[in-house]
Design a protein around this ligand. Sequence first.
Ligand code: BGC
Length: 495
Amino acid sequence: MNATANRTNSPEWNCIHTNDSATMFPTNFAWGAATSAYQIEGGWDVDDKGPSIWDTFCHEGGRLVFEGQSGDVTCNSYELWEEDLRCIRQLGLTHYRLSLSWSRLLPEGITQHVNQKGLRYYNKVINDLLASDVLPMVTLYHFDLPQALQDQGGWKSPEIAAIFDSYARFCFETFGDRVKLWITLNEPYVCAKLGHEDGIFAPGVKEPGMAAYLVGHNMLRGHARAWHSYNVLYRAKQGGSVSLAINSDWAEPLDPASPDDTAATERYLAFTLGWFAWPLFVTGDYPEVMRSSIEVRSKELGYQEGSRLPRFSKDEPSLLGTADFFALNYYTSRRVKQGECCPGVLGLKSDQDAEGVVDPSWPVCGVSWLAVVPDGLRKLLKYVKDTFNNPAVYITENGFSQVGPVDMEDVQRCGFYHDIIQEVARALREDGVDVRGYFAWSLLDNFEWADGFSVRFGLFHVDFSRPERPRTAYRSGREYAGIISKYRSQTMVNT
Ligand code: BGC
Protein backbone atom coordinates (compact mmCIF):
# COMPACT_ATOMS: atom_id res chain seq x y z
CA MET A 1 0.00 0.00 0.00
CA ASN A 2 1.17 3.48 -0.72
CA ALA A 3 2.59 5.38 2.24
CA THR A 4 0.41 8.42 1.70
CA ALA A 5 -2.76 6.35 1.80
CA ASN A 6 -1.63 4.69 4.99
CA ARG A 7 -0.86 7.72 7.07
CA THR A 8 -2.67 8.21 10.35
CA ASN A 9 -3.67 11.30 12.23
CA SER A 10 -0.68 11.72 14.48
CA PRO A 11 -1.07 14.55 17.00
CA GLU A 12 2.27 16.30 16.50
CA TRP A 13 2.56 18.31 13.30
CA ASN A 14 6.26 17.97 12.72
CA CYS A 15 6.05 14.27 11.96
CA ILE A 16 9.20 13.47 10.03
CA HIS A 17 10.31 9.84 9.97
CA THR A 18 13.70 9.76 8.33
CA ASN A 19 16.98 8.01 8.41
CA ASP A 20 19.28 10.99 8.95
CA SER A 21 22.44 9.78 7.31
CA ALA A 22 20.61 8.66 4.17
CA THR A 23 18.82 11.93 3.54
CA MET A 24 21.35 14.70 3.71
CA PHE A 25 20.91 17.59 1.30
CA PRO A 26 23.69 19.81 -0.01
CA THR A 27 24.32 23.05 1.86
CA ASN A 28 23.04 25.30 -0.90
CA PHE A 29 19.98 23.19 -1.65
CA ALA A 30 17.08 25.48 -2.59
CA TRP A 31 14.03 24.89 -0.40
CA GLY A 32 11.25 26.67 -2.18
CA ALA A 33 7.61 27.13 -2.95
CA ALA A 34 6.09 28.47 -6.15
CA THR A 35 3.19 30.59 -7.35
CA SER A 36 2.24 32.38 -10.55
CA ALA A 37 1.00 35.90 -11.18
CA TYR A 38 -2.46 35.24 -12.59
CA GLN A 39 -3.17 32.58 -10.01
CA ILE A 40 -2.49 34.76 -6.97
CA GLU A 41 -2.25 38.47 -7.74
CA GLY A 42 -5.77 39.62 -8.56
CA GLY A 43 -5.82 43.35 -9.29
CA TRP A 44 -6.58 42.40 -12.85
CA ASP A 45 -7.37 45.92 -14.03
CA VAL A 46 -5.90 48.17 -11.38
CA ASP A 47 -2.95 50.54 -11.62
CA ASP A 48 -2.85 50.52 -15.43
CA LYS A 49 -2.38 46.79 -15.85
CA GLY A 50 -3.31 45.59 -19.34
CA PRO A 51 -5.58 42.57 -19.78
CA SER A 52 -4.10 39.13 -20.36
CA ILE A 53 -5.55 36.18 -22.23
CA TRP A 54 -6.68 34.68 -18.92
CA ASP A 55 -8.66 37.83 -18.10
CA THR A 56 -10.39 37.51 -21.44
CA PHE A 57 -10.86 33.75 -21.19
CA CYS A 58 -12.51 34.00 -17.78
CA HIS A 59 -14.62 37.04 -18.57
CA GLU A 60 -16.08 35.78 -21.80
CA GLY A 61 -19.24 33.82 -21.12
CA GLY A 62 -19.48 30.16 -22.00
CA ARG A 63 -15.88 29.41 -21.28
CA LEU A 64 -14.81 26.34 -19.43
CA VAL A 65 -13.79 27.70 -16.05
CA PHE A 66 -15.38 26.09 -12.99
CA GLU A 67 -18.54 28.00 -12.00
CA GLY A 68 -17.49 30.90 -14.19
CA GLN A 69 -14.78 31.91 -11.71
CA SER A 70 -11.80 34.11 -12.52
CA GLY A 71 -8.51 35.38 -11.14
CA ASP A 72 -9.88 38.95 -10.86
CA VAL A 73 -9.18 38.99 -7.13
CA THR A 74 -8.00 35.50 -6.16
CA CYS A 75 -5.49 35.79 -3.24
CA ASN A 76 -5.22 39.53 -3.89
CA SER A 77 -1.46 39.27 -3.60
CA TYR A 78 -1.15 42.52 -5.53
CA GLU A 79 -2.39 44.24 -2.39
CA LEU A 80 -1.49 41.60 0.16
CA TRP A 81 2.08 40.81 -0.83
CA GLU A 82 3.27 41.34 2.72
CA GLU A 83 0.96 38.56 3.87
CA ASP A 84 2.60 36.26 1.33
CA LEU A 85 6.00 37.27 2.62
CA ARG A 86 4.90 36.39 6.12
CA CYS A 87 3.96 32.90 4.88
CA ILE A 88 7.27 32.53 3.06
CA ARG A 89 9.16 33.45 6.21
CA GLN A 90 7.04 31.17 8.32
CA LEU A 91 7.97 28.21 6.13
CA GLY A 92 11.67 29.07 6.34
CA LEU A 93 12.02 29.00 2.55
CA THR A 94 15.41 29.76 1.07
CA HIS A 95 13.86 30.42 -2.36
CA TYR A 96 10.55 31.65 -3.70
CA ARG A 97 9.44 31.10 -7.30
CA LEU A 98 7.05 33.74 -8.62
CA SER A 99 6.06 34.86 -12.08
CA LEU A 100 5.77 38.36 -13.49
CA SER A 101 2.58 39.45 -15.12
CA TRP A 102 3.80 40.60 -18.53
CA SER A 103 0.77 42.87 -19.02
CA ARG A 104 1.18 44.43 -15.56
CA LEU A 105 4.67 45.53 -16.57
CA LEU A 106 3.99 46.19 -20.25
CA PRO A 107 0.23 46.73 -20.69
CA GLU A 108 0.37 46.23 -24.46
CA GLY A 109 3.12 43.63 -24.25
CA ILE A 110 5.75 45.87 -25.81
CA THR A 111 8.52 47.84 -24.16
CA GLN A 112 7.43 51.20 -25.62
CA HIS A 113 4.99 51.55 -22.74
CA VAL A 114 6.23 50.56 -19.30
CA ASN A 115 3.80 50.62 -16.39
CA GLN A 116 5.69 52.24 -13.52
CA LYS A 117 3.21 50.94 -10.94
CA GLY A 118 3.79 47.36 -12.04
CA LEU A 119 7.50 47.96 -11.89
CA ARG A 120 7.22 49.30 -8.38
CA TYR A 121 5.24 46.25 -7.28
CA TYR A 122 7.79 43.71 -8.52
CA ASN A 123 10.72 45.76 -7.26
CA LYS A 124 9.17 45.72 -3.83
CA VAL A 125 8.52 41.96 -3.96
CA ILE A 126 12.09 41.21 -5.03
CA ASN A 127 13.64 43.61 -2.53
CA ASP A 128 11.49 42.32 0.33
CA LEU A 129 12.47 38.74 -0.47
CA LEU A 130 16.14 39.56 -0.50
CA ALA A 131 15.83 41.53 2.72
CA SER A 132 14.34 38.37 4.25
CA ASP A 133 17.19 36.21 2.93
CA VAL A 134 14.97 34.49 0.40
CA LEU A 135 16.24 34.21 -3.16
CA PRO A 136 13.75 34.83 -5.95
CA MET A 137 13.39 32.50 -8.92
CA VAL A 138 11.50 34.53 -11.48
CA THR A 139 9.39 33.13 -14.31
CA LEU A 140 8.79 35.58 -17.13
CA TYR A 141 5.76 33.84 -18.53
CA HIS A 142 3.27 31.60 -16.78
CA PHE A 143 0.33 31.22 -19.20
CA ASP A 144 -0.80 34.89 -19.17
CA LEU A 145 -0.01 36.48 -22.54
CA PRO A 146 -0.97 40.16 -22.87
CA GLN A 147 -4.28 40.24 -24.74
CA ALA A 148 -2.85 42.90 -27.06
CA LEU A 149 -0.35 40.33 -28.33
CA GLN A 150 -2.99 37.63 -28.65
CA ASP A 151 -4.87 40.06 -30.87
CA GLN A 152 -1.85 39.98 -33.20
CA GLY A 153 -1.79 36.18 -33.39
CA GLY A 154 -0.29 35.30 -30.00
CA TRP A 155 2.05 32.33 -29.82
CA LYS A 156 0.95 31.17 -33.27
CA SER A 157 2.58 34.20 -34.83
CA PRO A 158 6.30 33.92 -35.69
CA GLU A 159 6.77 37.56 -34.60
CA ILE A 160 6.12 36.63 -30.98
CA ALA A 161 9.63 35.22 -30.49
CA ALA A 162 11.25 38.64 -30.97
CA ILE A 163 8.57 40.37 -28.87
CA PHE A 164 9.12 37.90 -26.03
CA ASP A 165 12.85 38.50 -26.33
CA SER A 166 12.41 42.28 -25.86
CA TYR A 167 10.23 41.66 -22.81
CA ALA A 168 12.85 39.26 -21.43
CA ARG A 169 15.64 41.78 -22.01
CA PHE A 170 13.59 44.43 -20.27
CA CYS A 171 13.22 42.15 -17.24
CA PHE A 172 16.90 41.13 -17.18
CA GLU A 173 17.90 44.79 -17.42
CA THR A 174 15.44 45.89 -14.74
CA PHE A 175 15.61 43.11 -12.16
CA GLY A 176 18.72 41.13 -13.09
CA ASP A 177 20.99 42.96 -10.65
CA ARG A 178 18.99 41.10 -7.95
CA VAL A 179 17.42 38.08 -9.64
CA LYS A 180 19.86 35.27 -10.41
CA LEU A 181 17.51 32.43 -11.29
CA TRP A 182 15.31 32.91 -14.33
CA ILE A 183 12.70 30.76 -16.01
CA THR A 184 11.72 32.10 -19.42
CA LEU A 185 8.51 30.12 -19.98
CA ASN A 186 6.51 27.83 -17.75
CA GLU A 187 5.32 24.56 -19.27
CA PRO A 188 5.14 25.28 -22.99
CA TYR A 189 3.52 21.85 -23.32
CA VAL A 190 0.51 23.02 -21.33
CA CYS A 191 0.21 26.28 -23.28
CA ALA A 192 0.40 24.36 -26.54
CA LYS A 193 -1.81 21.40 -25.67
CA LEU A 194 -4.42 22.79 -23.29
CA GLY A 195 -4.48 26.27 -24.80
CA HIS A 196 -4.32 25.47 -28.53
CA GLU A 197 -5.29 21.82 -29.02
CA ASP A 198 -7.95 21.13 -26.41
CA GLY A 199 -8.99 24.76 -25.99
CA ILE A 200 -9.62 24.36 -22.26
CA PHE A 201 -7.00 26.94 -21.21
CA ALA A 202 -6.63 30.48 -22.54
CA PRO A 203 -6.68 31.49 -25.32
CA GLY A 204 -9.14 28.66 -25.92
CA VAL A 205 -7.95 27.74 -29.41
CA LYS A 206 -9.07 24.32 -30.60
CA GLU A 207 -7.06 23.35 -33.66
CA PRO A 208 -6.06 19.74 -33.04
CA GLY A 209 -2.85 18.48 -34.52
CA MET A 210 -1.87 21.88 -35.92
CA ALA A 211 -1.68 24.90 -33.59
CA ALA A 212 0.03 23.16 -30.68
CA TYR A 213 3.14 22.36 -32.74
CA LEU A 214 3.33 25.92 -34.02
CA VAL A 215 2.86 27.37 -30.56
CA GLY A 216 5.46 25.04 -29.02
CA HIS A 217 7.83 25.98 -31.81
CA ASN A 218 7.44 29.72 -31.33
CA MET A 219 7.77 29.35 -27.57
CA LEU A 220 11.05 27.50 -28.08
CA ARG A 221 12.22 30.20 -30.52
CA GLY A 222 11.33 32.90 -27.99
CA HIS A 223 13.08 31.03 -25.20
CA ALA A 224 16.24 30.59 -27.30
CA ARG A 225 16.39 34.27 -28.17
CA ALA A 226 15.93 35.29 -24.55
CA TRP A 227 18.63 32.88 -23.38
CA HIS A 228 21.05 34.20 -26.01
CA SER A 229 20.23 37.78 -25.01
CA TYR A 230 21.03 36.97 -21.41
CA ASN A 231 24.17 35.16 -22.42
CA VAL A 232 25.53 37.98 -24.53
CA LEU A 233 24.25 41.05 -22.73
CA TYR A 234 23.83 40.18 -19.06
CA ARG A 235 25.59 37.02 -17.98
CA ALA A 236 28.99 38.58 -17.42
CA LYS A 237 27.72 41.40 -15.24
CA GLN A 238 24.80 39.67 -13.55
CA GLY A 239 26.04 36.08 -13.21
CA GLY A 240 22.62 34.42 -13.20
CA SER A 241 21.19 31.30 -14.83
CA VAL A 242 18.32 30.93 -17.27
CA SER A 243 16.16 27.94 -18.13
CA LEU A 244 12.75 26.79 -19.35
CA ALA A 245 10.35 24.92 -17.03
CA ILE A 246 9.35 21.62 -18.60
CA ASN A 247 6.54 19.48 -17.22
CA SER A 248 6.40 15.75 -17.58
CA ASP A 249 4.80 12.70 -16.11
CA TRP A 250 7.02 9.73 -15.42
CA ALA A 251 6.02 6.93 -17.81
CA GLU A 252 6.62 3.18 -17.82
CA PRO A 253 5.29 0.46 -20.13
CA LEU A 254 2.01 -1.02 -18.93
CA ASP A 255 3.41 -4.44 -19.77
CA PRO A 256 7.21 -4.24 -19.54
CA ALA A 257 7.50 -7.37 -21.67
CA SER A 258 5.51 -5.84 -24.54
CA PRO A 259 7.59 -4.20 -27.30
CA ASP A 260 4.49 -2.21 -28.34
CA ASP A 261 4.05 -0.78 -24.85
CA THR A 262 7.76 -0.02 -24.63
CA ALA A 263 7.71 1.82 -27.95
CA ALA A 264 4.54 3.65 -26.88
CA THR A 265 6.27 4.73 -23.66
CA GLU A 266 9.16 6.15 -25.67
CA ARG A 267 6.69 8.16 -27.74
CA TYR A 268 4.79 9.27 -24.62
CA LEU A 269 7.96 10.73 -23.11
CA ALA A 270 9.09 12.17 -26.45
CA PHE A 271 5.81 14.05 -26.92
CA THR A 272 5.95 15.63 -23.44
CA LEU A 273 9.42 15.95 -21.91
CA GLY A 274 11.33 15.33 -25.15
CA TRP A 275 9.37 17.87 -27.18
CA PHE A 276 10.97 20.71 -25.22
CA ALA A 277 14.04 19.10 -23.65
CA TRP A 278 15.53 17.47 -26.75
CA PRO A 279 16.05 20.77 -28.59
CA LEU A 280 17.71 22.36 -25.54
CA PHE A 281 19.79 19.47 -24.25
CA VAL A 282 20.36 16.89 -26.99
CA THR A 283 20.22 17.87 -30.66
CA GLY A 284 18.80 21.36 -31.13
CA ASP A 285 15.78 19.66 -32.73
CA TYR A 286 12.72 17.65 -31.75
CA PRO A 287 13.09 13.97 -30.84
CA GLU A 288 13.37 11.86 -33.97
CA VAL A 289 10.50 9.62 -32.89
CA MET A 290 8.23 12.66 -32.59
CA ARG A 291 9.14 13.89 -36.05
CA SER A 292 8.71 10.48 -37.67
CA SER A 293 5.38 9.76 -35.94
CA ILE A 294 3.95 13.09 -37.09
CA GLU A 295 5.21 12.56 -40.63
CA VAL A 296 3.76 9.07 -40.87
CA ARG A 297 0.41 10.22 -39.52
CA SER A 298 0.37 13.24 -41.83
CA LYS A 299 0.89 11.00 -44.87
CA GLU A 300 -1.88 8.65 -43.73
CA LEU A 301 -4.21 11.62 -43.47
CA GLY A 302 -3.19 12.89 -46.90
CA TYR A 303 -1.84 16.08 -45.38
CA GLN A 304 0.00 17.84 -48.21
CA GLU A 305 1.63 20.97 -46.87
CA GLY A 306 4.92 19.73 -45.42
CA SER A 307 5.32 18.60 -41.85
CA ARG A 308 2.93 19.85 -39.21
CA LEU A 309 5.96 19.98 -36.91
CA PRO A 310 7.93 23.04 -38.04
CA ARG A 311 11.69 23.03 -38.63
CA PHE A 312 14.13 25.33 -36.89
CA SER A 313 15.83 27.73 -39.26
CA LYS A 314 19.62 27.78 -39.40
CA ASP A 315 19.45 31.59 -39.56
CA GLU A 316 17.99 31.83 -36.07
CA PRO A 317 19.70 31.52 -32.68
CA SER A 318 20.31 27.85 -31.97
CA LEU A 319 18.33 25.96 -29.35
CA LEU A 320 21.01 23.56 -28.28
CA GLY A 321 22.65 24.58 -25.01
CA THR A 322 20.07 27.24 -24.12
CA ALA A 323 19.40 25.99 -20.59
CA ASP A 324 21.75 26.63 -17.71
CA PHE A 325 19.91 24.04 -15.62
CA PHE A 326 17.04 21.62 -16.04
CA ALA A 327 13.80 23.03 -14.59
CA LEU A 328 11.42 20.14 -14.05
CA ASN A 329 7.76 20.25 -13.06
CA TYR A 330 6.62 16.81 -11.91
CA TYR A 331 3.17 15.89 -10.63
CA THR A 332 2.24 12.36 -11.62
CA SER A 333 3.03 9.09 -13.44
CA ARG A 334 1.40 6.84 -16.00
CA ARG A 335 1.65 3.30 -17.26
CA VAL A 336 1.62 3.42 -21.02
CA LYS A 337 0.17 1.25 -23.75
CA GLN A 338 -0.17 1.66 -27.47
CA GLY A 339 -2.91 4.14 -28.31
CA GLU A 340 -6.38 2.96 -29.21
CA CYS A 341 -7.04 6.20 -30.94
CA CYS A 342 -8.96 6.54 -34.13
CA PRO A 343 -6.39 6.54 -36.95
CA GLY A 344 -8.32 8.96 -39.17
CA VAL A 345 -8.27 11.77 -36.64
CA LEU A 346 -5.95 14.75 -36.73
CA GLY A 347 -4.56 15.47 -33.26
CA LEU A 348 -1.67 15.19 -30.86
CA LYS A 349 -3.13 12.09 -29.32
CA SER A 350 -3.24 10.18 -32.56
CA ASP A 351 0.26 11.42 -33.55
CA GLN A 352 1.58 10.22 -30.23
CA ASP A 353 -0.30 6.92 -30.46
CA ALA A 354 0.25 6.13 -26.81
CA GLU A 355 -2.15 6.06 -23.92
CA GLY A 356 -1.25 6.65 -20.29
CA VAL A 357 -3.27 4.85 -17.63
CA VAL A 358 -3.31 5.19 -13.87
CA ASP A 359 -2.16 2.09 -12.02
CA PRO A 360 -5.05 0.98 -9.76
CA SER A 361 -2.66 0.82 -6.79
CA TRP A 362 -1.89 4.56 -7.00
CA PRO A 363 -4.02 6.84 -4.83
CA VAL A 364 -5.54 9.78 -6.67
CA CYS A 365 -5.56 13.08 -4.79
CA GLY A 366 -8.21 15.68 -5.49
CA VAL A 367 -8.20 16.05 -9.26
CA SER A 368 -8.59 12.94 -11.39
CA TRP A 369 -5.31 13.36 -13.30
CA LEU A 370 -3.24 13.52 -10.13
CA ALA A 371 -2.25 9.99 -9.19
CA VAL A 372 0.20 10.28 -6.33
CA VAL A 373 3.42 8.50 -7.25
CA PRO A 374 6.36 9.92 -5.31
CA ASP A 375 8.88 7.38 -6.61
CA GLY A 376 7.99 8.43 -10.16
CA LEU A 377 9.90 11.62 -9.41
CA ARG A 378 13.02 9.68 -8.55
CA LYS A 379 12.72 7.64 -11.75
CA LEU A 380 12.13 10.74 -13.83
CA LEU A 381 15.15 12.45 -12.28
CA LYS A 382 17.31 9.46 -13.13
CA TYR A 383 15.95 9.50 -16.69
CA VAL A 384 16.77 13.22 -16.96
CA LYS A 385 20.28 12.57 -15.72
CA ASP A 386 20.88 9.74 -18.20
CA THR A 387 19.16 11.28 -21.19
CA PHE A 388 20.13 14.92 -20.92
CA ASN A 389 23.77 14.64 -19.97
CA ASN A 390 23.58 14.96 -16.21
CA PRO A 391 22.31 18.52 -15.89
CA ALA A 392 21.87 20.47 -12.67
CA VAL A 393 18.18 20.06 -11.89
CA TYR A 394 15.72 22.22 -10.02
CA ILE A 395 12.34 20.64 -9.35
CA THR A 396 10.46 23.84 -10.06
CA GLU A 397 6.99 22.47 -9.24
CA ASN A 398 5.49 19.51 -7.45
CA GLY A 399 2.42 19.23 -5.28
CA PHE A 400 -0.67 17.51 -3.97
CA SER A 401 -4.19 18.89 -4.20
CA GLN A 402 -7.29 18.91 -2.06
CA VAL A 403 -10.85 18.98 -3.38
CA GLY A 404 -14.08 19.23 -1.43
CA PRO A 405 -14.49 20.33 2.19
CA VAL A 406 -11.36 22.02 3.48
CA ASP A 407 -9.20 19.80 5.66
CA MET A 408 -6.75 21.90 7.66
CA GLU A 409 -5.30 18.72 9.22
CA ASP A 410 -4.28 17.35 5.84
CA VAL A 411 -2.30 14.35 6.98
CA GLN A 412 -2.21 12.80 3.53
CA ARG A 413 -0.48 15.83 2.13
CA CYS A 414 1.94 15.74 5.10
CA GLY A 415 2.74 12.17 4.14
CA PHE A 416 3.12 13.17 0.53
CA TYR A 417 5.71 15.87 1.28
CA HIS A 418 7.59 13.51 3.52
CA ASP A 419 7.64 10.78 0.85
CA ILE A 420 8.54 13.04 -2.06
CA ILE A 421 11.45 14.64 -0.21
CA GLN A 422 12.74 11.15 0.55
CA GLU A 423 12.63 10.38 -3.17
CA VAL A 424 14.56 13.55 -3.94
CA ALA A 425 17.13 12.56 -1.34
CA ARG A 426 17.47 9.10 -2.91
CA ALA A 427 17.90 10.61 -6.37
CA LEU A 428 20.67 12.78 -4.96
CA ARG A 429 22.44 10.26 -2.81
CA GLU A 430 21.84 6.92 -4.52
CA ASP A 431 21.42 7.86 -8.19
CA GLY A 432 23.85 10.76 -8.25
CA VAL A 433 21.38 13.21 -9.81
CA ASP A 434 22.59 16.79 -9.40
CA VAL A 435 19.40 18.10 -7.79
CA ARG A 436 19.80 21.72 -6.71
CA GLY A 437 16.41 22.49 -5.28
CA TYR A 438 12.76 21.63 -4.73
CA PHE A 439 9.81 24.02 -5.08
CA ALA A 440 6.47 22.93 -3.65
CA TRP A 441 3.39 23.94 -5.60
CA SER A 442 2.03 26.03 -4.11
CA LEU A 443 2.67 28.56 -1.37
CA LEU A 444 -1.04 29.42 -1.29
CA ASP A 445 -4.35 28.01 -2.39
CA ASN A 446 -5.01 29.86 -5.59
CA PHE A 447 -6.90 30.06 -8.87
CA GLU A 448 -6.32 26.61 -10.35
CA TRP A 449 -6.99 27.60 -13.99
CA ALA A 450 -10.02 25.81 -15.46
CA ASP A 451 -10.73 24.27 -12.04
CA GLY A 452 -11.10 27.72 -10.49
CA PHE A 453 -11.01 27.63 -6.69
CA SER A 454 -12.37 24.09 -6.45
CA VAL A 455 -8.88 22.60 -6.22
CA ARG A 456 -6.50 23.64 -3.45
CA PHE A 457 -2.75 23.11 -3.78
CA GLY A 458 -1.60 25.50 -1.04
CA LEU A 459 0.67 25.02 1.93
CA PHE A 460 -1.46 27.89 3.25
CA HIS A 461 -5.21 27.88 3.12
CA VAL A 462 -6.78 31.04 1.70
CA ASP A 463 -10.32 31.96 2.67
CA PHE A 464 -11.67 33.28 -0.62
CA SER A 465 -15.01 34.16 0.91
CA ARG A 466 -13.52 37.00 2.97
CA PRO A 467 -12.24 40.28 1.55
CA GLU A 468 -9.08 40.09 3.65
CA ARG A 469 -8.26 36.70 2.12
CA PRO A 470 -6.74 35.37 5.34
CA ARG A 471 -3.91 32.87 4.94
CA THR A 472 -3.63 30.02 7.47
CA ALA A 473 -1.01 27.29 7.44
CA TYR A 474 -2.32 23.81 6.75
CA ARG A 475 -0.79 21.06 8.79
CA SER A 476 1.19 20.21 5.62
CA GLY A 477 2.58 23.76 5.61
CA ARG A 478 3.91 23.20 9.09
CA GLU A 479 5.17 19.79 8.04
CA TYR A 480 7.09 21.30 5.12
CA ALA A 481 8.51 23.98 7.43
CA GLY A 482 9.65 21.18 9.74
CA ILE A 483 11.30 19.30 6.88
CA ILE A 484 13.14 22.42 5.73
CA SER A 485 14.30 23.31 9.20
CA LYS A 486 15.47 19.77 9.86
CA TYR A 487 17.55 19.45 6.72
CA ARG A 488 18.88 22.98 6.85
CA SER A 489 20.11 22.49 10.39
CA GLN A 490 21.70 19.16 9.37
CA THR A 491 23.65 20.80 6.59
CA MET A 492 24.73 23.59 8.91
CA VAL A 493 26.04 21.08 11.44
CA ASN A 494 27.83 19.13 8.73
CA THR A 495 29.66 22.04 7.10
C1 BGC B 1 1.15 24.76 -13.49
C2 BGC B 1 0.49 25.46 -12.32
C3 BGC B 1 -0.71 24.66 -11.86
C4 BGC B 1 -0.20 23.31 -11.40
C5 BGC B 1 -1.27 22.39 -10.83
C6 BGC B 1 1.25 23.28 -13.33
O1 BGC B 1 0.94 22.69 -14.55
O2 BGC B 1 2.39 25.34 -13.78
O3 BGC B 1 0.15 26.75 -12.73
O4 BGC B 1 -1.43 25.31 -10.89
O5 BGC B 1 0.38 22.65 -12.48
O6 BGC B 1 -2.18 22.03 -11.79
